[in-house]
Design a protein around this ligand. Structure first.
Ligand code: SF4
Length: 375
């Protein structure tokens, strides 16, 4: 397949592995975080860690949308579906994420709530048009990649004059999460959960097609860490690791772009304009594992307030701790690996997830389990 096969070429991968091995310095370690769950999936699927020298360690980041959604937000969605008799629409993976007492939206559906899986925000809009006598809520989650489609649905609902459609906005922001992680690597006493040591960041692919590479520049300027935006294919990831190692060895901290076939510095201006029209920054938002991060999420603005679920329905929010024994929080901060969790592959498997990281294919635990990465 054009533009795919050539980025999965085994001979080229071996060449990149040799180049990395030749350039790493045996006297030091390299701790590189792949922020995005898509990269975590690729790393596990293609065994990229096994191609690297032992002193180059890949650390999985929090860039999996369902993984970072805190239990309290799923509890709120379940309450909406059960107590307000709405049609609650959301993406498939979200339905399986365990909430309080290991309940999920799927279980709420089995118990009689009208919960429906959709492939896009516009599916939810269509359901609202087809059922004008019912309230339809789109449970919107995700990073900058899925935010423009939610904005488009909200804008279209206003244009159509729909009275029975709202979006429960849980969209989150990648740069703020990176800042949260880098702050959590700060010395003890900062009040934040301790994070992993990071020497460089493999930047997201899809998110960066929307926001561009510019929003990562603070990482290099303020935190003196290099960032390389990488495509999703294994050679993209290998090339990005080589670029990071070269920056680290040279003492440089810059934002570089390996994924030039899709990402530029400024991103997708049309998508950014649409998002700015519909959303405001939230002053604070809780992330699973990372805690409350200021200005790290979006809410629907006053101009579109009629389409904001949180204005139409009372949705009390209660922060809830992760399940006992689940290490999702530490994994999302990069301080533990899936195999460090005693439930991994035993009580917790993709068919019966205990924590959010075992739900989506982009979750670190699911990726490790699916591809047999047990060490
Ligand atoms: Fe949580 Fe399951 Fe991963 Fe353990 S294996 S950290 S319980 S998702």
């Amino acid at each position: 397949m054009k533009y795919v096969d050539e980025f999965r070429d085994g001979t080229l991968a071996c060449g990149l592995a040799r180049a990395i091995a030749a350039e790493v310095r045996p006297s030091r370690d390299y701790h590189l975080m792949e922020f995005c769950g898509g990269h975590t999936h690729a790393v596990s699927r293609y065994g990229i860690q096994d191609l690297l020298p032992p002193n180059v360690r890949l650390i999985h980041g929090p860039g999996c949308p369902v993984c970072v959604l805190p239990i309290g937000r799923i509890d709120s969605a379940i309450a909406l579906a059960q107590e307000h008799d709405v049609i609650l629409c959301t993406y498939g993976d979200v339905l399986r994420v365990p909430a309080s007492e290991r309940r999920s939206l799927l279980q709420a559906k089995a118990a009689g709530a009208d919960v429906r899986m959709v492939y896009s925000s516009l599916d939810a809009l269509r359901i609202a048009q087809e059922t004008p006598d019912r309230e339809v809520v789109f449970f919107a989650i995700g990073f900058e990649t899925t935010t423009p489609p939610t904005a488009a649905a909200v804008r279209q609902a206003k244009a159509l004059g729909l009275k029975n459609f709202t979006a429960f906005c849980n969209h989150v922001l990648t740069p703020a999460a990176i800042r949260g992680i880098l702050d959590s690597t700060a010395p003890e006493g900062t009040g934040r959960a301790k994070g992993a040591r990071l020497d460089g960041i493999i930047g997201p692919s899809h998110v960066s097609t929307v926001i561009g590479s510019r929003p990562y520049e603070f990482v290099a300027e303020q935190y003196q860490r290099p960032v390389v935006i990488a495509g999703f294919e294994p050679l993209d990831v290998m090339q990005s690791i080589l670029m990071l190692i070269r920056q680290i060895n040279a003492g440089r901290a810059e934002v570089e772009n390996e994924f030039t076939r899709a990402v530029n510095r400024d991103g997708n201006h049309k998508a950014q304009t649409l998002v700015a029209e519909v959303f405001d920054l939230r002053p604070a938002f809780e992330w699973r594992g990372l805690g409350v991060i200021p200005y790290s999420a979006l809410c629907i603005n006053a101009a579109y307030g009629d389409f904001d679920t949180e204005r139409r329905f009372p949705i009390p929010y209660r922060a809830v701790a992760d399940h006992k024994g689940c290490e999702c929080g530490a994994i999302l901060r990069g301080v533990k690996k899936p195999q460090d969790c005693r439930l991994f592959g035993t009580a917790c498997i993709p068919e019966n997830p205990v924590g959010s990281c075992m739900v989506s294919s982009e979750g670190a635990c699911a990726a490790h389990y699916t591809y047999g990465r047990y060490r």
